[in-house]
Design a protein around this ligand. Sequence first.
Ligand code: NAI
Ligand code: 13P
Length: 319
Amino acid sequence: MTVCILGAGGWGTALAAMLGLHGIESVLWARRPELAAELEQMRENRSYLPGVRLPPAVTVTSDLSAALSDQAWALLTVPSVGIPELLENLPRELGVVLCAKGLAPDGDRLSRLAQQMGFGRVAVLSGPNHAEEIGLGLPAATVIASSDAEWAAQVQAALMTPSLRVYTSPDVVGVELGGVLKNVIALAAGLIDGLGLGDNAKAAVMTRGLREMGHYLEAQGAQAQTVYGLSGLGDLVATAGSVHSRNRAAGEAIARGEHVQQGGKVVEGIRTAGLLNTWAQSHGHELPIVRAVARVVAGDCTPTQGVAELMGRRAKEEG
Ligand SMILES: NC(=O)C1=CN([C@@H]2O[C@H](COP(=O)(O)OP(=O)(O)OC[C@H]3O[C@@H](n4cnc5c(N)ncnc54)[C@H](O)[C@@H]3O)[C@@H](O)[C@H]2O)C=CC1
Ligand SMILES: O=C(CO)COP(=O)(O)O
């Protein structure tokens, strides 16, 4: 079989390269013909994943219908902002595996958007999976979540290789939102790094951040234990401490007073922080770290003021 991967940024390229290393064929769709041509020719994605070779088992195209030919399902690896438009252009009978760690324009889950748009088979793929490591075939684990257990098992079998261990889960909400929220907490961890506030502060923001993730997941109907799995705690640990993370790096850059470029490699946490903060305010929930990050990235307060606000919150039980 040939695995269909829609989106040739770092993540789509890494998945194609990893499958190719194990002799599994894939077709990688790039929206821009010039990127597709460059990838086919150079066998490397120099803009989004430099240093990772594309094995011969990877075919690249910018023709969406050619990429979808004879495919029952596809991995959607474009950033969250591109998902609505991509879904619009896909046949509703296609099984869609959402790999973006972001939200729909109205702040809802992308998997719910796909269902509302009429897709019958919807899954999410999420876990501690830096493209830079997956693409080199370094060992990692991830989770595929769908309410359709039989199909999830098919996708699991297709993606499982000696370098990627794939687990299934019925908890779409929990798996999807873990990956979405950890980006905001990783951004906060990067702010701590950039301000030079030390290991204690970073441990505090990660641990309280995990609690905030759990609070939000439960409010959205996720299973309580999912936040402690690969897609929650696992991805938070991988991202908040990583040299690869764009979200952590963006926080560090903001704290140093640098401008974070939009339009280059995607930093999902920036947009997510605003959407989550709006939700928290309109629903009367407390998400203090999310709020602080949202205010900092919107320019409503400085990183130092954001930290002071968190430190100055009322005394309470840990809970
Ligand atoms: N890079 C990583 O390590 C991982 C990323 N992800 C998630 O995967 C998603 C994509 O991330 P990356 O591949 O890293 O992004 P990236 O920044 O490396 O590349 C984004 C790619 O998507 C293309 N693109 C942008 N808007 C598009 C649209 N409307 N339609 C089609 N293509 C479009 C860009 O031209 C570019 O090729 C994000 O939601 C990210 O959180 C998930 C796991 C790992
Ligand atoms: O999701 C990721 C790793 O699991 C990648 O994180 P960044 O988007 O912060 O680079």
